[in-house]
Design a protein around this ligand. Structure first.
Ligand SMILES: NC(=O)c1ccc[n+]([C@@H]2O[C@H](COP(=O)([O-])OP(=O)(O)OC[C@H]3O[C@@H](n4cnc5c(N)ncnc54)[C@H](O)[C@@H]3O)[C@@H](O)[C@H]2O)c1
Length: 341
């Protein structure tokens, strides 16, 4: 079968992962790219002198292609989504789909009307540890999961050259850029959507981010699951502390690192039993699996990580913002109605 022909939109930090995993996948190839930044275009041209590279998607959308990977900041994707829908290109968009929930809902509707798959790059779903945790809970090993604690405490120096810098000036950078992954992981692993939540967002006094770098939330899910969440990009300590514990009727499951380290125990067992996981290269193995899913989707397989599904995580994000402003609990249907209005 001929490889899936991809247009790479955006040639910044995240595009490096995509360039590598696409090059390593015989079922996909990059046939064109674009970025308004001349330096980014020059870097890409040096690596691939044969590649048509434009400043905007409108410059290259005439190249024969099957799909586009949007590795652009979430704000300002209107033209990119419109161009893909008009050209019949399937879309793999980096998370979050947009920086506004109503806009994201509009993109989902546009893609559905155009009849093209719109998939969101939720690579953490494809980590072996995520798949193993989900299976562990489904196996009944810890009984029925009823509550959890999700901690993500990271000192993220957003001024480092190898990282994107736009989050420094975003409203709610932690929520839009990072917690969105965590909300998606909770929904995926627990197999349920959020029903309501109460949140408080704030910025520590030393924060280098303009918008809030801290999020604390108590999240109630439709299946009765309740999770205490704490996320920060401005922790008082490096290295990162990741700790996701789930308590069930008969025991616990604990993930102690972002890319692995999974254990579980029945209630009366003192230590944790480790869950063996296959070798993994952070950021690469997960993106490679996500790409395989996208290629399969473009060839007719059932899609995963759809834009429509992603809206449920965006509702959680918007509910956190509203709840913090109101200092009150917010029900998810209220957000869904606002997004649809
Ligand atoms: N899934 C993950 O683990 C992960 C990790 C990092 C970043 N991301 C996501 O990837 C996306 C991009 O982040 P990044 O780190 O690469 O940011 P970045 O700022 O490093 O790069 C973005 C690039 O997009 C370009 N761009 C801006 N507008 C464009 C347009 N209209 N058309 C074409 N190119 C345009 C910019 O010039 C820049 O080169 C974001 O949505 C981010 O959240 C995801």
């Amino acid at each position: 079968m001929t490889p899936l022909r991809l247009i790479l939109v955006g040639l910044g930090a995240r595009s490096r992962v995509w360039q590598r995993v696409i090059a390593d996948n015989p079922d996909a190839q990059i046939v064109a790219a674009c970025d308004p930044d001349p330096a980014a275009r020059a870097r890409a041209a040096e690596a691939r002198p044969d590649l048509p590279i434009g400043a905007a998607i409108s410059d290259i959308v005439g190249v024969a292609a099957d799909a586009a990977v949007l590795a652009t900041p979430p704000g300002g994707r209107e033209r990119q989504i419109e161009a893909c829908c008009a050209a019949g290109l399937a879309i793999l968009a980096e998370k979050p789909l947009a920086d506004d929930v109503a806009l994201a809902a509009r993109y989902v509707a546009m893609a559905e009307t155009a009849g093209i798959p719109l998939i969101v790059g939720l690579n953490f779903r494809y980590l072996a540890v995520t798949q193993a945790l989900r299976e562990l809970l489904r196996s009944g090993a810890i009984g029925r999961p009823e509550f959890g604690r999700f901690l993500y405490e990271r000192w993220r120096d957003g001024t480092q050259g190898w990282l994107n810098s736009y989050p420094l000036s975003m409203d709610h950078p932690m929520l839009w850029e990072q917690s969105i992954h965590h909300f998606d992981l909770m929904r995926f692993v627990y197999g349920t959507d959020a029903a309501r939540l109460q949140a408080h967002t704030f910025n520590p006094s030393w924060s280098m981010y303009r918008g809030d770098a801290n999020v604390s939330a108590l999240i109630h899910f439709e299946n009765g699951m309740c999770v205490t969440y704490q996320g920060t990009w401005q922790a008082g300590h490096e290295p990162m502390n990741f700790d996701w514990r789930t308590d069930g009727t008969d025991g616990i499951a604990v993930q102690r690192a972002m890319f692995g380290d999974l254990g579980w125990a029945p209630r009366m067992q003192a230590g944790l039993t480790e869950v063996p996981l296959p070798p993994h290269e952070p950021w690469i193995t997960d993106a490679a699996a996500l790409l395989r899913m996208f290629v399969a989707t473009c060839r007719g397989a059932d899609p995963e990580c759809t834009g429509r599904d992603h809206l449920q995580s965006l509702y959680m994000l918007a509910a956190c913002i509203l709840s913090s402003e109101r200092r009150a609990s917010v029900a998810i249907p209220e957000i869904a109605e606002m997004a649809a209005a």
